[in-house]
Write a protein that binds this ligand. Sequence first.
Ligand code: URA
Length: 215
Amino acid sequence: MTYQAIKQYLELLNVSGIDCIYRATVGSADELNRLRAQYSECTNCGLSHDRYRMVYGEGNPKARAMIIGEGPGRQEDLTGRPFVGDAGQLLDRMLNAINLTRQDVYIANIVKCRPPNNRNPAIEERLACLPYLIEQINIIQPRIFLLLGLVAAQTLLQTDLPLGKLRLMEHTFMDRPAFVTYHPAALLRNPDNKKPAWEDLQRFRDKYFSLADLS
Ligand code: URA
């Protein structure tokens, strides 16, 4: 499958009306909890075979910012919570550095089940999981996105461009501004990128705090 296929798929979801089905339950923690339980035994793709727990996502159901990573790792699979391993601890520090906490944001991933050996999720696996993410976005109605790493950025922005280019561009996803930066796991492997990541975070922070209802 190509990114053209993802684009068509997203358009199809949009034409099918998915964009508005959940407007009645905007910001509802109950609705998110209900869907988490409903999908916990999902078998829509092969990732379900090796999964211990689905990692649905967590955070503020009325968050202004949604942070989107790639997919659960080992700790996340064991706990059912996103970004709780080493990369998650770095993410916490990144958020704190821009005066945010997990309670301010909502954190989710492109795929909700752990890819074996932490490989990149296949395009088919991403497509199988996308409706769940779009449904979450429609409930949370964030004002801004922060996309962590190449898988999140390329999947949602429907592009093959490298991260080095994407992080410097202005993007829109589902009519909201979307910022791209390095995945925290990549920063742990390559600390030289922490400086450019900090520049990305500062741009994201400035936009976040300039949102009308937060200034
Ligand atoms: N990496 C991700 O992309 N997501 C997680 O939840 C954990 C690690």
